[in-house]
Write a protein of this length. Structure first.
Length: 197
């Protein structure tokens, strides 16, 4: 072999290696820029968790007192008729108890709203459920004693992730505020909503 052939061959091999190296570097650079473009276009989703709280119905209007019947004039010696029984007005005690019932209902509704707000503040939408776009309503019921202790907690079946999150929110809200005096024990029923918006 001649020296010129060896030199030409080494130059060709070197050029081939350099060309291949440039191709590999260019391809790797293109892959990196594609990967960073994908990660730059991640979309943040705003999650709004809706929770339905019962709206207390307007208080019932107080019943109007019935007018007292006017006394009948005494009849002048006419043939005797059968006496009609007089309509007696409702005792004031019944009117007072109706007002007490309305007041009691108002207290219960206010208590339930306060209780549900506390549980709602502890609710967390599970990340895995959010990623999978899992939505739903989970029914909850429990009994709360005069001391605020919870018993007989029941979580309706739904998506496993949402059911676990519901139970976790209720337990995280402990200690719960006790019901109003004379209004315990109470059975509380509501549904916890999980919605992605």
């Amino acid at each position: 072999m001649k020296i010129a052939e060896i030199g030409l061959r080494s130059v060709a091999i070197t050029l081939s290696i350099l060309l291949h190296a440039l191709l590999v570097v260019g391809f790797a650079k293109q892959q990196l820029s594609t990967t960073t473009e994908v990660s730059d276009t991640q979309v943040l989703t705003h999650v709004r968790i809706a929770f339905s709280t019962p709206v207390p119905p307007p208080p019932e209007p107080e019943p109007e007192p019935e007018p007292e019947p006017e006394p009948e004039p005494e009849p002048v010696e006419k043939p005797k008729k059968k006496d009609k029984p007089k309509v007696k007005p409702k005792p004031r005690q019944q009117q007072a108890s109706a007002a007490q019932i309305a007041q009691s209902k108002k207290k219960r509704d206010q208590y339930k709203a306060r209780l549900l707000a506390k549980i709602e503040s502890k609710k967390h939408y599970p990340t895995a459920a959010r990623r999978r776009n899992v939505e739903g309503r989970i029914g909850v019921s429990f009994k709360i004693g005069c001391d605020g202790k919870l018993s007989n907690l029941k979580i309706d079946k739904g998506h496993v992730l949402l059911s676990k999150a519901t139970k976790k929110a209720v337990n995280a809200a402990k200690p719960l505020p006790p019901p109003p005096k004379g209004e315990c024990p109470q059975v509380i029923r509501f549904s916890m909503a999980f919605q992605i918006k």
